[in-house]
Write a protein that binds this ligand. Structure first.
Ligand SMILES: Cc1ncc(COP(=O)(O)O)c(C=O)c1O
Length: 365
């Protein structure tokens, strides 16, 4: 059996630290927004090279709170990728704004900067790139577009903790806000739901902090309508333990991906493309192939997991039918038809990688 991700190995490696930290939380009985959350915020801000990090309850909330803190609302348009998890666009709708989907680059699956400019209208307020599968979007080009058109840049970093863009800057450190998910299977994951917003200024960080805690700076004093979106201490203990090893985890993911590339060479499938502008951290290892049903079936017969991220691009989802009557985004549609993700996690052994690759090879025989 080879799963998409094996979370147990990391727990076993860090068990002493995690169990001890959780016991400490249980004994001290401070469960929400306590010292571990504060320390985790400071440690991740330092790691990411950002001035402010605010831990929240999920990656979806991180996107929602960032857009709300930026004052985005009805009548505003947010340009984003159609090839992502639904949460990216849900958050745009939560604040009453309109998602505007533009097509993706066929090699990186990230939003194509060349398509962004044509989609800008007087209502456009934000560009929201997703660093999909751990590969940074083309941030030099997107940053430049945002500067020239005075647009806010909000980054969806749910899949890219520790990925670097041009100039070795971390994803999430270029925009006004960076939005992270700590869903268990993410590159940095906790044991429940969790998320974080990074903010470029003290003012914007303060707005997110107020929004995550019922619109309040001081207990029982409420300035705006906010939300309950706080990270708990137990999750912060787990994230602090894992954050110390994130570079190792990410470089192991790169090792697995590069090994897959070697073992799958010469088949009728396209292995992931690194654009060379930053550091890809392989949240997913996703190939393109017209033969994915056959490959998935063979893998399944051998007890090997595989997955389709994502089978339907967002502009084709029923929920967005209204906002996208005539739009055709051929690259996203083709990628959705041919994409196939193989198991990848930092602790994957050489034997596991070669077993998966051998079964993929055999499915072409
Ligand atoms: C690209 C992307 N954006 C947003 C999210 C939402 O994160 P969460 O599940 O923590 O709410 C996820 C993950 O699920 C994601 O992959």
């Amino acid at each position: 059996m080879i799963p998409m991700v094996d979370l147990n190995v990391q727990y076993r490696q860090l068990q002493h630290e995690i169990d001890g930290g959780i016991r400490d939380v249980l004994e001290k009985c401070q469960f929400i927004l306590g010292p571990n959350v504060a320390a985790f915020e400071a440690e991740s801000a330092e790691y990411l090279g950002v001035p402010h990090a605010i831990a929240v309850a999920s990656g979806t909330d991180a996107l929602h709170l960032a857009l709300a803190a930026a004052g985005i609302g009805p009548g505003d348009e947010v340009i984003t990728s159609p090839f992502t998890f639904i949460a990216t666009a849900e958050a745009i709708r939560y604040v009453g704004a309109t998602p505007v989907f533009v097509d993706i680059d066929p090699a990186t699956f990230n939003i194509d900067p060349e398509q962004i400019e044509a989609a800008i209208t007087p209502a456009t307020r934000v560009v929201l790139p997703v660093h999909l599968f751990g590969q940074p979007a083309d941030m030099a080009a997107i940053h430049d577009i945002c500067n020239r058109h005075s647009l806010l840049l909000v980054e969806d970093c749910a899949q890219s903790f520790g990925a670097a863009t041009h100039g070795n800057r971390m994803t999430g450190s270029l925009g006004s806000y960076g939005c992270y998910s700590f869903f268990p299977s993410k590159n940095l994951g906790c044991y429940g739901d969790g998320g974080m917003v990074t903010a470029a200024t003290a003012d914007s960080a303060d707005r997110v902090r107020v929004l995550r805690n019922h619109g309040s700076r001081q207990r029982y004093h409420h300035h705006v309508i906010g939300f309950n979106s706080r990270l708990d201490e137990i999750q912060a203990v787990i994230l602090r333990a894992k954050l110390k090893h994130i570079d190792q985890y990410n470089s192991n993911r790169r090792r697995v991906a590069h090994r897959y590339n070697e073992l799958l060479a010469g088949l009728d499938l396209v292995v992931p493309h690194e654009d060379g502008k930053g550091r890809h951290v392989y949240h997913q290892y996703t190939v393109l192939t017209p033969h994915r049903e056959r490959i998935m079936q063979k893998l399944g017969e051998q007890g090997i997991a595989s997955a389709i991220y994502y089978p339907i691009p967002l502009h084709r989802q029923e929920v967005f039918a209204e906002s996208c009557r005539d739009c055709s985004l051929p690259v996203a549609e083709k990628v959705a038809e041919h994409c196939l993700s193989l198991p990848i996690f930092p602790e994957m052994s050489e034997e596991q990688v070669s077993t998966v690759a051998t079964v993929v090879r055999e499915s072409f025989a």
